[in-house]
Design a protein around this ligand. Structure first.
Ligand code: PDD
Length: 285
């Protein structure tokens, strides 16, 4: 079965799905995106992802190209047409196609809207969660408004590639003060020796992860102690546990950072419990 993508009002086989070379996403990374988990054919936390999309659009001075209800129909229809049971749905909105000029194009330029969906091998992700993943640390060279879910991801791409080349699955980005901000495509968490969960607070220097928000609900429900503050690389090396969160992986335990084992080098109890309870707190639609 060939994969289908939604492109500006039409559902097309992936081989015919295209945008212009003058699309501002292609030329300037002038666009925003969302990734939602798909589970059992339903969207996980769609409401929160669409709320973050609205915020990202607002922050880059764009209007939502269609109503939330219409967007929801397109997301579900793309999942349905691709027969995705477990996987992700990807939505990208750019400032449209226009003669190349750094300044915004005329206000009547239609935005480009692309949606695609693909299945994941759920068993493989469960295996990753059972084994735990390795991460490395790299300098955070991104721009200063990474709270906007923009497609300007080149620093993230370079960080992720460095991780892969060093046999790790994720890179943790480190600011000029030696503190971990987040992962290349995930939020970063540690559990301190005295059992406190620590993750970077929201602000301009981390993406407000939807999975992060739901995990905070799980943390509260489990009565765990939480500190929303930046933590250093040294604290991470000494942590009892570490893990990452994102819509595509939910909660993945980290068992090594820069080649040093974390805790006893196996997935931690807290990360495993948060992963287990996640979907009880998430919304399915
Ligand atoms: N990435 N931080 C960054 C830089 C991210 O790219 C992501 C998600 C997250 C976690 O956000 P959420 O929990 O809302 O997925 C944090 C998605 C999955 C991606 O780009 O594929």
């Amino acid at each position: 079965m060939s994969r289908i993508a939604y492109v500006n009002g039409r559902y097309l086989p992936l081989s015919d799905a295209a945008v212009s070379i003058e699309d501002r996403g292609y030329q300037f990374a002038d666009g925003v995106y969302e990734v939602c988990e798909v589970r059992g054919g339903l969207l996980v936390d769609e409401r929160r992802h669409l709320a973050r999309l609205d915020r990202s659009l607002r922050e880059i001075g764009m209007a939502r190209p269609m109503s939330a209800a219409a967007l929801s129909v397109v997301l579900h229809e793309t999942v349905r047409r691709n027969r995705v049971h477990d996987g992700i749905v990807y939505l990208q909105i750019t400032r449209g196609v226009a003669r190349r000029d750094f300044a915004f194009p005329p206000a009547d330029t239609p935005p480009s809207v692309v949606v695609s969906a693909r299945g994941n091998d759920r068993a493989r992700i469960e295996q990753l969660a059972a084994d735990g993943i390795a991460v490395i640390t790299v300098p955070d060279i991104r721009w200063q408004r990474v709270d906007i879910k923009s497609v300007a991801l080149l620093p993230n791409v370079l960080a992720k590639q460095t991780a892969r080349e060093q046999g790790a699955r994720e890179a943790w980005l480190v600011d000029a003060q030696g503190r971990v901000t987040e992962g290349a495509s995930s939020n970063a968490w540690i559990v301190s020796r005295d059992g406190k969960l620590i993750t970077h607070p929201l602000g301009h220097d981390v993406l407000p992860g939807i999975t992060r928000a739901v995990v905070l609900d799980v943390v509260k429900a489990q009565g765990l102690e939480l500190e929303e503050r930046a933590f250093t690389v040294q604290e991470a090396y000494a942590a009892r546990e570490a893990f990452v969160t994102s819509a595509s992986q939910i909660v993945l335990p980290v068992v090594s950072i820069d080649g040093r084992p974390i805790g006893n080098g196996a997935p931690g109890l807290i990360a495993t419990a948060l992963r287990r309870d996640y979907h009880r707190h998430a919304e399915l639609s």
